[in-house]
Design a protein around this ligand. Structure first.
Ligand code: BGC
Length: 414
């Protein structure tokens, strides 16, 4: 009944079509790992219940770099998908090109303004117009640990950098891969997000990645961030190059590796493998970032196809922000709801911690957009920074050269 009411409301919002005329939605996304696909099914089922079919357009590749390339090609050939998973500055770029449908009627009817915090609205709206529906809020500064290995080695979740290095050392000495990692630029950058925050603190993070302040980018603190990245490189196994992030998570799940530094989509993989937080795996904030939330929010932008938002796009946008969907989806995905007015008893302990921290940070204005996941600076700058971080992680640059290259990358691409 609730679904029926939701459908009727969505249709009433946008005009004359009836459920019988509903068309498919074609959705471009990069949710191809097991936990991600399970979460996506929650959305597919929700729409299916409203009589709306789903055409899947998956483009593998965490962080969405490949998906954004495919999107550009589709739009250029005049064939934009109905809805597209997008992050931060990419949404703003497409909105500035006038490519996105106006979601204001749906947002106003459902009161999005009142329940979605400003830091998320900053990316979901453009010139006062809603252009994307936020599905969730992820956070990148998490560590995932194999509970059994930590117990065997008598290790507690470390509280600071030295403690983390000591724990990595102990795991390596015991014959485990200390740090499960996949050498892909966006994964290197995800680690870098957390290391930078831990090393320099929130002001440093803000000035370097969001304000792109040259002195901060060129600072000794930045050199120290790179030094720490080199230290972490020493705890990664030899086969890390090119490995997908979910295969790195599988190494922790399969008792091969002790830790992974990754956003909380990794939790979706643990859950999908039947593991329980606190028992089989542990979640904790990267040491030194206990009070920080580096965030990225997956949002669905609707491509303007006929001058007005279509019935199916309206139904999709509305379903995404419904309280029931926000809980059901994020429980599986590993993220937390994008709206701050929900009871989250249904989330596990990591999710409840994440939601409380997200709400507190949103309230205090201390939510920091993830550089690695497109919420700190535009794609051109982000990609140029990726290149530097990855070249350094692979030993091509020492820390001093990396700092110089980072400054140059920003100068050229900002
Ligand atoms: C997205 C997540 C996704 C992850 C790995 C991130 O950029 O926000 O939803 O699970 O990439 O694919």
């Amino acid at each position: 009944m609730r679904r029926l009411t939701a459908t009727m409301t969505a249709l009433a919002l946008v005009g004359t079509a009836t459920a019988g005329q509903a068309e498919d939605v074609e959705v471009l996304h990069w949710w191809t790992a097991g936990g991600e696909a399970a979460a996506l099914n929650v959305l597919k089922d929700d729409l299916g219940g409203q009589g709306i079919g789903w055409q899947d357009m998956p483009v593998a590749g965490g962080g969405g770099t490949q998906a954004m390339t495919v999107l550009r090609a589709r739009v250029t050939s005049g064939n934009a998908p109905t809805a597209v998973q997008m992050l931060g500055f990419d949404i703003q770029d497409w909105a500035a090109e006038d490519a996105l449908a106006d979601l204001n009627p749906i947002a106003e009817a459902a009161g999005w303004n009142q329940v979605i915090p400003a830091a998320i609205q900053r990316f979901a709206t453009h010139d006062g117009q809603w252009v994307a529906a936020p599905v969730n809020v992820h956070s990148t500064n998490w560590v995932w640990a194999n509970a059994g290995i930590l117990a065997e080695l008598d290790l507690e979740p470390p509280q600071d950098w030295d403690g983390f290095v000591a724990a990595l050392e102990a795991a390596q000495e015991a014959g485990y891969v200390a740090l499960a990692h996949g050498g892909q630029p966006w994964q290197d950058a995800t680690v870098f997000d957390a290391v930078a925050m831990a090393t320099g603190g929130p002001e440093f993070y803000q000035e370097a990645f969001i304000d792109l302040d040259e002195d901060t980018l060129a600072s000794d603190t930045m050199r120290q961030v790179f030094d720490r990245m080199a230290t972490l490189r020493g705890y990664v196994d030899d086969n890390f190059s090119g490995r997908d992030w979910n295969l790195a998570t599988a190494m922790v799940i399969n008792d091969e590796a002790a830790f992974q530094m990754m956003g909380d989509w990794a939790k979706g993989e643990f859950l999908n493998a039947g593991e329980t937080p606190g028992e089989d795996f542990l979640c904790f904030r990267f040491p030194g970032t206990q009070d920080q939330v580096i965030f990225n929010s997956d949002q669905f932008a609707m491509f303007d196809q006929s001058g007005a938002v279509s019935d199916e796009q309206a139904a999709l946008a509305q379903a995404i922000l419904s309280p029931e969907f926000q809980i059901a989806f994020n429980k599986v995905k590993g993220s937390v709801p994008a709206r701050t007015d929900l009871e989250v008893d249904a989330l596990d302990a990591c999710g409840q911690q994440g939601y409380a921290q997200f709400k507190a940070a949103a309230e205090s204005g201390n939510l920091m957009g993830s550089f690695a996941h497109g919420h700190a600076n535009p794609a051109a700058v982000k990609n140029a920074m990726y290149d530097v971080v990855t070249a350094h992680f692979n030993g091509e640059y020492d820390s001093e050269v990396a700092v110089e290259e980072l400054v140059t990358a920003v100068q050229i691409n900002r």
